[in-house]
Ligand binder design. Structure first.
Ligand code: NAD
Length: 484
């Protein structure tokens, strides 16, 4: 397994401290990855800066061909990549196979979008003048990525950043660096320095954020880290692109087919062991269907197979790390102490090794409990009874997060009210957690300040320049001297 970095087109062995990468299903160390030293980090940023002028001048069509090449490489290496992602991250193999496919799709999408236009021509204020709005690369982008979708969330930054003509330094999560380092083989087709892969944790991340050679920081991760990065960048007036945490609501109206809705709810809550930024983490269920919904959700949850993520029949794998599971267990313990009941799950499912947590349905949690107010990032579905859609929407909007929201309803008036009133960057109605490369993804409120995917995702990685081009080059009547 490759554990070395990719800097200036060359393989580079880290000389910083070694970090173990552990298999969440077995707790075994599967690799040791050495972090970038400060000097190596500097080398990576300098290499990206040196490559920037050439990449920026490379015709967009040529850049697009290279991105198509990365997509083709991803597709050709799906099985190997998905296997490594499963070993390092614990997500079921089938979900990782999907992730590689979605990652390739993002490269294909931006390979094409990047060549469509680079700005616009606007009406001039004078005869003989051209007014151009030019879109240019920002420069060197640091892409700092979490572990839950290591390749996909990287692609949502890397593909548009490259298509827009930027060069990039990538830092994966220390939990899941191995699949990212495998990309070096695909990146070898690009000019050296255009994409650099460096390894390490928070220290290396901060080194990138504060490096004078980095023009923009594109980050996906927790609210706490996002705030820290935001503050460091604000001091330096550096552009940020922050995709942060969520506490997504899932509203169940009283007009639905409960069999369908409960199955969708289970998937939305437990996909990737609930470690999705848009996992459904709070269910607000209308009074008339509450009891039956809870009963059906418990039944759906009971059917799920928790186990070895390599097995094709496994629905839910382990959580990524002990510390992540402990955080979820703490939330469950506190909720129980506050009067909540765990109707199913919440234990380790009989696993003595591996960071397993069996999917849980919780009712009766106090409105102010962490389980209903803070990101859980685990396989837990807290269900709350509400008296009306007004109440459901008000509760969904009450938290400072605004990443996504799900709604189950077959009534058009309910659907329209929800899509208009929910303060979330994505609203899914009857189709939780789908992605579409052509449409933007990102958070409102404290869930972030950016959008990825779609034309908005390309725009995130572009600078804007307004050019006033006067072809006559004549003296203007409004210049000095005033008064004739
Ligand atoms: P995290 O914030 O701990 O780490 C994310 C990345 O930042 C890692 O690469 C980490 O090494 C690096 N990092 C940590 N401290 C840093 C610092 N001070 N400076 C620079 N880099 C630093 O998040 P995580 O645990 O890896 O990921 C889970 C979080 O990500 C959850 O909160 C989840 O909601 C969020 N997330 C958001 C989205 C989205 O699109 N909005 C998608 C997936 C995950």
């Amino acid at each position: 397994m490759r554990t070395t970095m990719h800097v200036d087109g060359e393989e580079l062995a880290g000389t910083g401290p070694a970090e173990p990468v552990r298999n969440p299903a077995t707790e075994e160390t599967i690799a040791e990855v050495r972090s970038a030293s400060p000097a190596q980090l500097d080398e990576a940023v300098r290499s990206a800066a040196s490559a920037a002028p050439g990449w920026r001048r490379t015709p967009a069509g040529e850049r697009g061909e290279l991105l198509h090449g990365i997509a083709a490489w991803l597709k050709a290496h799906t099985d190997e990549l998905a296997r490594v992602m499963t070993l390092e991250g614990g997500k079921p193999l089938i979900e990782n196979v999907d992730e590689v496919g979605w990652t390739a799709n993002a490269f294909t999408y931006y390979a094409e979008l990047g060549r469509h236009e680079r700005g616009r021509v606007i009406p001039s204020v004078e005869e003989g003048q051209l007014s151009l709005v030019l879109k240019e690369p920002v420069g060197v982008v640091a892409a700092i990525v979490p572990w839950n979708y290591p390749l996909l969330l990287l692609a949502w930054k890397l593909a548009p950043a490259l298509a827009a003509g930027n060069t990039v330094v990538v830092k994966p999560s220390p939990y899941t660096p191995l699949s990212t380092l495998m990309l070096a083989e695909a990146l070898a087709e690009l000019p050296g320095g255009v994409v650099n892969l460096v390894t390490g944790g928070a220290g290396v991340g901060e080194g990138l954020v504060t490096h004078d050679g980095v023009d923009m920081v594109a980050f996906t991760g927790s609210l706490a880290t996002g705030k820290r990065i935001g503050a460091l960048c604000a001091e330096r007036v550096k552009r940020t692109h922050l995709e942060l945490g969520g506490k997504d609501a899932f509203i169940v109206c009283d007009d639905v087919d409960l069999e369908v809705t409960a199955a969708g709810a289970a998937w939305a809550a437990y996909l990737n062991a609930g470690q999705v930024c848009t996992s459904a983490e709070r269910f607000y269920v209308l009074d008339g269907v509450y009891d039956e919904f809870v009963e059906r959700l418990v039944a759906e949850t009971g059917k799920l197979r928790l186990g070895d993520p390599m097995e094709p029949t496994t629905d839910v794998g382990p959580m990524v790390a002990e510390v992540q599971r402990a955080r979820v267990e703490d939330q469950l313990t506190a909720a129980k102490a506050g009067g909540a009941s765990i109707l199913i799950g919440g234990d380790r499912g009989g696993h003595e090794r591996g960071w397993f947590l069996s999917p849980a349905v919780v009712v009766g949690a106090d409105e102010s409990s962490e389980l209903l107010t803070e990101e859980t990032f685990g396989p837990v579905a807290p269900v709350v009874r509400v008296g009306s859609l007004d109440e459901a929407i008000a509760r969904a909007n009450a938290l400072p997060y605004g990443l996504g929201a799900c709604v189950a309803t077959r009534r058009l008036d309910n659907a329209v009210r929800c899509l208009e009133e929910l303060r979330a960057g994505t609203v899914w109605i009857n189709d939780p957690l789908t992605d579409n490369d052509a449409g933007p993804f990102g958070g409102m409120k404290r869930s972030g300040n950016a959008r990825e995917l779609g034309p908005e995702g390309l725009e995130s990685f572009r600078e804007t320049k307004h050019v006033h081009l006067d072809v006559k080059a004549e003296r203007k009547p409004w210049w000095y001297p005033y008064g004739g």
